[in-house]
Design a protein around this ligand. Structure first.
Ligand code: NDP
Length: 408
């Protein structure tokens, strides 16, 4: 029996729900709950399975979550809402005896800052409750962490240098759009860069460090060093790592728009006061508080609507250097994902696909009893083999290059 509750009804949740429904031998009961119930109903309609249940829930409210969980009684909650909701959902899971999985670590709304400490603090409570919490089970974090675990298990005695490389060589034919939630995406990219070297964190100015990297089937693309959450857990779980970095490609047009957005103050996450006429009574003005970045999200293209005209592919992987039997070895493991193939299968573009599929596989690992251990865990702490096997079966095949030039 696999009774799952999906929270959120965005691009990632849509893909995860489609893939969960495709694996009916593992997932016997499915509920999709989100802030806007009509979006859950739309996913149910797209999948065409009348047995899927849908519900409205405000995941910022622990009591509402508890009422929903006590009523539906899932075994696992797959959190595909936003990072702001991680802790409220974990609280509700603990109160209701439900295990937990997410794809992004907690971030407070009023501070563009993410780290695992808030969620790791729940370890003992999940342990005592006999419940499993699986953190960061998307692509990055997620598959990149599992790629690293697979490399450590099968090929290296000691991983010394890790570079996670994330290329989106797709084109959605919009002047500016983000590939996942615009608010979360812009907060992430405009932060200072951070990487791990010789036992300490090194901070950089935002997007300060960049260089071209060559991606399989894509070619060279300018790649920018960013802070990314999986580096934090990977250097803890693989203490032999001397340097760990994360790189992401951006086109010049994207960066020019991003610069404008910042210079115009539209990436601000503090509240500003704005006086505007009431929509239903323009003679009357009211003062409202607006967070500029949240307003920007409302006018930008919805990442869920990008799929139809999206061409090209993503290419995400790990470039690893280390030792095996005293000799140096390089290893590059990656997946390329076509935006159009993702759209044809799930109605969503490749970035939602590469996140939603691993979330489903993580849930499958839990229900099969392969990744079920009381406590709070990052994905690299589980056996990577059954997960890697499923990646090949579920639409995200991976490839390996041994002793190639890592360029880094
Ligand atoms: P979307 O913005 O498309 O979807 C988020 C969904 O969560 C929406 O349906 C939204 O509801 C719902 N939601 C937001 N707040 C609440 C709330 N308080 N209560 C209930 N539901 C709520 O985001 P994505 O699908 O693009 O991303 C989902 C998650 O995946 C994010 O956390 C993101 O950071 C993560 N991610 C992880 C990646 C990885 O590789 N690890 C890569 C990409 C994304 P409504 O529709 O009403 O607004």
């Amino acid at each position: 029996m696999g009774k799952v509750l999906i929270i959120g009804a965005g691009g990632v949740a849509t893909v995860a729900a489609v893939k969960i429904a495709q694996n009916a031998d593992v997932f016997t009961d499915i509920m999709i709950a989100s802030r806007t119930k009509s979006k859950c109903d739309k996913i149910k309609e797209y999948i065409g399975n009348p047995d899927i249940k849908t519900a409205q829930v405000d995941a910022d409210d622990v009591e509402q979550l508890k009422a929903l969980m006590n009523d539906y009684k899932p075994e696992l909650c797959v959190n595909l809402a936003l990072p702001y909701q991680d802790l409220t959902i974990m609280e509700a899971c603990l109160a209701c005896g439900v295990s937990y999985l997410d794809t992004a670590n907690y971030e407070p709304k009023d501070e563009a800052h993410f780290e695992y400490s808030w969620q790791w603090a729940y370890k003992k409570r999940f342990e005592d409750a006999g419940l499993t919490a699986i953190l960061g089970c998307g692509f990055d974090p997620g598959v990149t962490s599992i790629f690293t675990a697979y490399a450590a298990k099968h090929y290296f005695d000691e991983i010394q240098y890790l570079d996670i490389v994330d290329c989106n060589a797709g084109n959605h034919h919009k002047a500016f759009a983000t590939n996942f939630n615009p608010e979360i995406n812009i907060r992430e990219i405009t932060q200072k860069g951070l990487y791990w070297e010789d036992g300490k964190w090194v901070e950089t100015a935002p997007l300060e460090i960049h260089q071209p990297l060559t991606y399989p089937n894509v070619g060279p693309k300018e790649s920018y060093l960013l802070h990314h959450e999986e580096i934090e857990s990977l250097v803890k779980n693989y203490p032999t790592i001397k340097r760990a970095r994360f790189w992401m490609t951006f086109g010049q047009q994207y960066l020019t728009y991003l610069d404008c957005i910042q210079n115009l103050g539209m990436s601000r996450i503090d509240e500003i006061e704005y006086e505007a006429p009431l929509a239903d009574n323009p003679d009357k003005k009211v003062k409202v508080k607006i967070v500029p970045l949240q307003f920007l999200k409302a006018v930008l293209p919805n990442p869920q609507d990008l799929g139809e005209n999206y061409d090209g592919e993503t290419s995400i992987g790990c470039r690893i250097r280390g030792l095996k039997d005293g000799k140096e070895l390089t290893y590059y493991v990656y997946n390329n994902c076509s935006h159009q193939a993702a759209y044809q299968e799930t109605g969503m573009q490749g970035v939602s696909y590469t996140t939603g599929v691993p979330a489903m596989i993580g849930a499958m690992m839990f229900f099969k009893g392969l990744w079920r251990r009381p406590g709070v865990w990052n994905v690299e702490e589980f056996d990577p083999d059954p997960f890697m096997e499923q990646l090949n079966k579920q639409g995200l095949p991976w490839h390996e290059i041994f002793n190639g030039d890592l360029e880094l």
